[in-house]
Design a protein around this ligand. Sequence first.
Ligand SMILES: NC(=O)C1=CN([C@@H]2O[C@H](COP(=O)(O)OP(=O)(O)OC[C@H]3O[C@@H](n4cnc5c(N)ncnc54)[C@H](OP(=O)(O)O)[C@@H]3O)[C@@H](O)[C@H]2O)C=CC1
Ligand SMILES: O=C(O)C1=N[C@H](C(=O)O)C[C@H](O)C1
Length: 252
Amino acid sequence: MSEPIRVAVLGASGRMGATTVRAVQEAEGVELVAALDAGDDLRAVTDAGAHVAVDFTVPSVTEEHVHRLVDAGVHAVVGTTGWDDVSLGRVRDHLTRAPGVGVVVAPNFALGAVLSMAFARQAARWFESVEVVELHHPDKVDAPSGTARHTAQGIARARAAAGLGPVPDATTQSLDGARGADVDGVRVHAVRLRGLVAHEEILLGNPGEMLTIRHDSFDRVSFMPGVLLAVRRVADRPGLTVGLEDLLDLGA
Ligand SMILES: NC(=O)C1=CN([C@@H]2O[C@H](COP(=O)(O)OP(=O)(O)OC[C@H]3O[C@@H](n4cnc5c(N)ncnc54)[C@H](OP(=O)(O)O)[C@@H]3O)[C@@H](O)[C@H]2O)C=CC1
Ligand SMILES: O=C(O)C1=N[C@H](C(=O)O)C[C@H](O)C1
């Protein structure tokens, strides 16, 4: 039998970190060797001999964590949001100088969420209108969600590839924010409501019809199969992987 994958969790006392700690402790073929939170020294990851570190911290520190992990030759599985093309580009560049090290950055590890984004990309070219609504618990620090950004970017790419023009919108006067945020030409709306966990609706409209693609995470355990999949696969994927879709063979 092969040795278990030695896993460190960063942000271990947080909502996602604590769920990940439990999932790693209960899963086959993986072993929790370090659990770090704010104020802990990242060197504990290498001291514990971790092969993979899972980061569920905060947008302001996650990129620094990844660079330090890459320098230490530790693979990284990152669920923390706040990434953009520039920060991802810096990690991609860094990884060219760290052959063999893999980093997976995924805005959403829930299998249903990854599938709904893929379905939205597939549907996008057939619809004139599209808007994204994300709904989360009110303790979330960022808006719109990383998932909503990733969803909108994928839809925008699919629309551009199909030669579709801008989404129709005659609005010339509105209160600031009334039409949501513009992500690559796709409107994204963020709801924060006590009782919610993580939810997203993609609304696609044509004359006389609407397609709604909806995903609900009712519990953070929904993210764990995706996290464990990435932990098991990251060492076989040197370089940067963005999104879980490639690991599920769903394409960009
Ligand atoms: N990809 C995915 O599938 C998912 C991604 N997320 C994302 O994961 C991130 C975390 O979410 P959530 O767990 O709800 O947030 P929490 O606020 O519950 O957890 C974040 C944890 O990180 C800790 N932390 C802060 N700074 C550091 C640091 N420098 N080193 C180590 N730990 C640190 C915090 O400690 P303290 O509170 O003491 O500051 C806290 O315990 C968010 O960006 C969220 O959007 C969430 C769900 C799913
Ligand atoms: O903060 C959260 O809770 C979540 N964050 C991620 C995001 O911003 O997309 C993933 C999921 O939506 C839950």
